[in-house]
Design a protein around this ligand. Sequence first.
Ligand code: B12
Ligand code: SF4
Length: 504
Amino acid sequence: MKPLKHILLINPTITKRRSARFPLAVLNLSASLDGKHTSTIIDGNVDRDFVSTALSAVANGGVDAVGVTVMGGPQLRSAIAVSKAIREKMPSVPIIWGGAFPTVCPEATLKAPYVDYAVRGQGEDTLTDLLDALTGHQNGTLASIPGLSWRPDDRIVHNKDRTFSAASLNRMLPYERLENPRQYLTRTYLGLRTAGYQAALGCRFRCTFCGVATMFRGKMALPPAARLEQDLGFLTRQLGVDAIQFYDHNFFDREVDMVPLLEILAKFELPWWCFARSDALVNLSEESWKLVRKSRLRMAYIGAESPSDWLLHDIRKGTRSDQTLAAVEKCRSHGVIPELSFMLAPPQDPEGETERTFDFIRLIKRVHPATEVMIYVYTPLPRRHDEKNAAVIRMENELRDCSGRPVVFPRTADEWAEPQWLDYWCHQDAPWLSARLRRRIVDFTTVLGCRFPTIMDIRASSWGKSTLRALASWRYRFQRYDHPWELRVSRKLIRHWDPRVMSL
Ligand code: B12
Ligand code: SF4
């Protein structure tokens, strides 16, 4: 019998304690190891001194490997901090990174001396195989593990991709392995105890700008209705959950497959939020919309991305701007708030596209003022290490900064953690934005956010929101977005928040 390995699974800090949601990546990994290896979980969103906690756990012995989940952006910084600290104190303990960042950037990950293995894509089976193989570091075995990037000698080797697996849909998550699972339930505009939950895996689309496409390469699987029912039963009865934020990449898939899931949701009647595509919502039958209403869907986050059909086509979104408008109408008539996200300033025409998007947002606000709007900067992903598509390579090679110099993406994890690249990862900035355009986007976002304060902000008082609305109305009406200093000050005083950073 193979000796069991014990792995310390770490979710580095990404958000404030009050915004912490169930750390689904490490919970899924922990569940998948059951019966094969053992694990403990440290969550940096809850344990604000998680680096020290991790160091003590490793120093106490009995930890054969450390697994760190890493999303690009702010979490990269805390992942680097904990990995460096462990490497320094216990250099012999293997450190494994998995999640969105190492999936998109395995090369940069493995250039870091404090990471030994990068797991690309779904992690459950790759991690099990890796822990199996770690006995004696047999290179032959490591070379055969799909989804693994590693570093024999001084080379970086990317094994072939792992095929999609739906196995995790059959496992319950071990919430009891978290210290006090109830602390992850947060008061939001949906409910007093909102839980983050993922029902389906993957997404069948392959939009070029999206990390989900890199992770799942067009594969998707829905859970059996019984699984959803069991989970919702557990969450409501055992933990007292009263609202759900679905993390599924794209909740509304093919209607015929969705109906059984909607029926379960209609049974529970928990207010819920999800990601959706405009084409799916527009094509949903009236029967299904009835179920949606009954199930109390409160808000659907729709990647509208752009008002320009050429760009939607370029990024392989597969939807059109008229479908965005039609989806807004559908949502309105069925009592669902559409939350539209836009990507401004694509490198092909940063200024022109930004202005067109502002106009489109104004049009949508006239049609349905309650529509929530999330504004991001278009930041294409760096191409995959094995990218062969000539068009993708050409597009990256043609990227220029605002002075006309070629854009060179960071080559290491530490470079990706520099402030301007964290902003890039968080879709807040890009090298082709001039200072003027950057300012204009921030100013427009401020005026829009004050003119239409988000319903998601449950902390600002209603008088505070009304004040902001009144102060911003002339600027919005006359399109005088420049330097809204008075709105910035008022916003700070009223403690109005930004849902792009905190989630709900
Ligand atoms: C929840 C969430 C958040 C939460 C964090 C959780 C919390 N509040 O506690 C918040 C809201 C803070 C957040 C923030 C951001 N997020 Co986020 N987030 C998600 C979301 C919706 C769910 C993540 C999740 O739990 N997934 C479920 C688990 C099971 O899947 P998983 O994490 O991929 O894990 C699997 C594998 O990756 C792998 N794996 C993961 N970790 C590890 C570790 C090891 C050791 C191994 C072996 C394997 C492994 O195995 C797991 C099981 O198969 C995803 C979308 C999604 N559905 O995944 C986006 C997503 C991960 N976020 C994304 C991004 C870009 C961000 C931001 C950086 C930017 C932004 N504007 O959204 C911000 C940062 C904001 C900031 N702080 O300034 C992108 C990443 C894409 C990319 N290009 O890499 C995603 C995919 C959304 C998207 N469609 O673009 N996010
Ligand atoms: S539909 Fe949404 S989740 Fe799916 S690949 Fe496109 S942007 Fe990503």
